[in-house]
Ligand binder design. Sequence first.
Ligand code: FES
Length: 366
Amino acid sequence: MTTEEFTPTAAPLAEKLLGSAQEILARYPAGRERSALLPLLHLVQTEEGYVSPAGVAFCAEVLGINKAQVGAVATFYTMYKRRPTGEYLVSVCTNTLCNVMGGQAVYDRLTEHLGVGHDETTADGKITLEHAECLAACDYAPVVTVNYDFTVDQATPDSAVELVDKLAAGERPTPARGARICSLKEMQYQLAGFADPRDGAVGDGVAGAPTLRGVRLAQEHGVAVAGFDPETPITKTKPAREAGALPTPAPAAKADEKADKTAEEKPGRVASVVKAATTAVKAVAGKVEERRHAGQKTEDPQIRTAELRNPTASEPARPGAEAGSPPPANAAEAAGAATSPPAGDGKPAGDSPRTPDPTRGSEEEK
Ligand code: FES
């Protein structure tokens, strides 16, 4: 594809981004390029800071899909912005734990100080503020990120105001941990899957004390995962699984035996809870089996739940039924199952051939 093949709406972006877009597409197997939509949307944001109508057109034309399909994805994920965004996206977590620890107070103070609300940008175009759902750093609650990097841990209203004042003044303060602060457009380049060669662009290091607090407590109480070393460095490049370094999971059949053994070997509160839970699960499973063989129904809510979740646990799969799927309950379900092959063919559900609707006329008329 060349830049001349784009519509006038998409052509200006194609001039700048087509080379990078083709690099992204080359990462996907032939015929599966549409899966590149997520990094392509980040790529579009490297230029415009948000997914503009031109960005939607560019993605659609590169991938050979329609703009509605691009729009459906771009409007689903909050990391794709729908209007121009500031140089720095300041996200304040106001989810459960951060909220309990003062996240809402931090957000409210920033709102007041910057004069903007959620998803709004300051008049100088420097800062966009948003309140965010869990940012996966509950151990450092409340947290504030700048362009998705952890910048202020255990934030207070004052420390958050100090941060935005520095950003507004053109500084790039040193973050609490992780990589150095970059602009939102620079971050989008990394999110599109390209290495950022700047010094300090990628953060590294061992997990901090709040993250390891649970492990330490477990060790103090004699509960630990065998062989786990909390000082284990975080893998920098390829996941350990690729190198075959991860232990092979224990066979499912031995899980109960292992849980019993662990509980016996690790006396203490946690071990008691594990043992009690294992015993309770076994007791419920035993009751379900007894009832099933006796052909009885039960009103016990635990047993009813177990039966509903796994109604065919003790029965062989029925001919034509998918393993683990309950058989159709009636003729309508059976007809639906016959026309909708199960997932697992590698295609999005929307790619299944559609049965023509006789009430809607021919494809040509649409
Ligand atoms: S609740 Fe804020 S990071 Fe998890």
